[in-house]
Design a protein around this ligand. Structure first.
Ligand code: FES
Length: 202
């Protein structure tokens, strides 16, 4: 189950709403669970439902509606490739197929080494930048040609390690185009050279 620190974060989120509206914190609480455990199990959904005094099915509806919530354990890097119509018209499916061939998995699967999970995504709101993809629900990558995809796959472990440690970001990220997630969430910074940007933090 979740840690005491996570429960304290639950309380902080719940405190943002009127006492009779605890359920308004459901998305935030599920995000906290996922940050701590990597995915949201049925048991944790029940725990959140109990904590927020809401029906289990209402929590389940939220978990299954948003594809940013992982319903089972996945790889270290979750790659969501947009294949909605505008992206399909500009090589979105080609990008997904290329990743399937490169990683040796099909959509929805995780590589045997546990590094990458590949998923199809609905519109990410950046149609003009297609093909686009989202890495670990937070870092959006635009204009992902096969060359950029290969570059990203090769550089992701280095760049994400840099994000975690918050050290020496500029060098490794400049090479792969992954920019840091700021402490305060939404990021406006954008790299013209690699067309990669970070997006909303949960
Ligand atoms: S259709 Fe892919 S970002 Fe909108």
């Amino acid at each position: 189950m979740i840690s005491e620190a996570a429960k304290m974060r639950f309380a902080t989120e719940v405190a943002k709403y009127p006492a009779d509206q605890k359920k308004s914190a459901v998305v935030a609480c599920l995000a906290i669970v996922q940050q701590e455990l990597g995915h949201i199990s049925i048991d944790t959904e029940k725990m959140v439902a109990e904590y927020l005094d809401m029906p289990f099915i209402a929590v389940r509806e939220v978990t299954t509606f948003y594809n940013m919530f992982n319903q089972r354990p996945g790889g270290k890097y979750k790659l969501n490739v947009c294949t909605n119509l505008p992206c399909q018209l500009r090589d979105g499916v080609k990008a997904l197929k290329h990743l399937e061939e490169t990683l040796g998995i099909t959509m929805g699967e995780t590589t045997a080494d546990g590094m990458f999970t590949l998923q199809q995504s609905e519109c990410l709101g950046a149609c003009a930048d297609s093909p686009v993809m989202l890495v670990n629900d937070r870092t959006m990558c635009s204009f992902m040609s096969t060359e950029r995809l290969d570059q990203m796959i090769a550089g992701l472990p280095v760049s994400m390690a840099a994000i975690s440690s918050r050290r020496s970001m500029t060098g490794s990220m400049a090479r792969t185009g992954i920019w840091p997630i700021t402490r305060h969430g939404a990021v406006t910074r954008r790299c013209a050279r690699f067309s990669v940007r970070t997006v909303v933090r949960v």
